[in-house]
Design a binder for this molecule. Structure first.
Ligand code: NAD
Ligand code: ZN
Length: 232
């Protein structure tokens, strides 16, 4: 990995699997027993706000009983010790990267511990539960919803992300299925602009063919190994 100074890391649900947070496409293609259409679309929120709010309330509460694993810890160490540029882009809505100590990161698909005002766009830290109809401190609309990017909605921070992906020398994708766009397209953008590309995943993915190198195994093993190589 000589000549690398600017790294972009993309993480997905697989990096949190060993912490006991179920992935999206678990057995049967369900997320915690729910079809994605029922909890992860604007239509679902409009049709059954009580169910959708309760689903994310439960996911938020469940964060209290999980902890970062060796992969989150290794990425936080890379963040602390890497002298060049680094951006960790997570698709995850859990808070395990930041709890491990990562700072140079962003949540492109939102976060469980944040609310979003559907009226004015204000995003702010959230602890506890968020019932439908909660009032926004900024604009007073009864429009607070979970700060989760649903299918068909624009991810957060896309301008910054696209610039970082186009400018990196090394793009590393960890524990993501390569099925959810636009994140699934980042590897091709990075390559187009000349970056080296590495995939770390338990299994081959829909996107594996686009990477220069793929390593198969558990994130808790592969990520610490890779970070060790980078900081050697
Ligand atoms: P996904 O569930 O579609 O795919 C998970 C990927 O991780 C698979 O490719 C699988 O092979 C791999 N994987 C599973 N266990 C692994 C391990 N121990 N080590 C390495 N790889 C492993 O996840 P995705 O691609 O991130 O799907 C995107 C959406 O899922 C995101 O928008 C995210 O918001 C949502 N989601 C997030 C969480 C979370 O925050 N932890 C959990 C479930 C779903
Ligand atoms: Zn508001």
């Amino acid at each position: 990995m000589r000549g690398v100074s600017n790294i972009v890391v993309l993480t997905g649900a697989g990096i949190s699997a060993e912490s006991g947070v179920p992935t999206f496409r678990g057995p049967g293609g369900l997320w915690e027993g729910h079809r994605l259409e029922d909890v992860c679309t604007p239509e679902a929120l409009a049709d059954d706000p009580v169910l959708v709010h309760r689903f994310y309330d439960e996911r938020r509460a469940a964060l209290e009983s999980v902890a970062p694993n060796a992969a989150h810890v290794a990425l936080a160490r890379l963040d602390r010790d890497w002298p060049g540029e680094l951006l960790i882009i997570t698709q995850n809505v859990d808070d395990l990267h930041e709890r491990a100590g990562a700072r140079r990161m962003l949540h492109m698909h939102g976060e469980l511990k944040s609310s979003l005002c559907a009226a004015c766009g204000d995003r702010r830290a959230l602890a506890g539960m968020l019932p439908p109809g909660a009032v926004c401190d900024v604009c007073s609309a009864a429009a607070l919803r979970p700060d989760i990017v649903f299918f068909g909605e624009m991810p957060h921070d896309m301008e910054r992300i696209e610039a970082a992906v186009a400018n990196c020398d090394l793009f590393v994708s960890i524990g993501t299925s390569g099925a959810v766009y636009p994140a699934a397209g980042f590897v091709r953008t990075a390559r187009y602009y000349g970056a080296r590309t590495l995939e770390l995943n338990l299994d081959p993915t829909a996107g594996s063919i686009f990477f220069d190198e793929t390593r198969q195994g558990a994130a808790g093993v592969l990520v610490p190994q890779w970070v060790e190589e980078m900081l050697a």
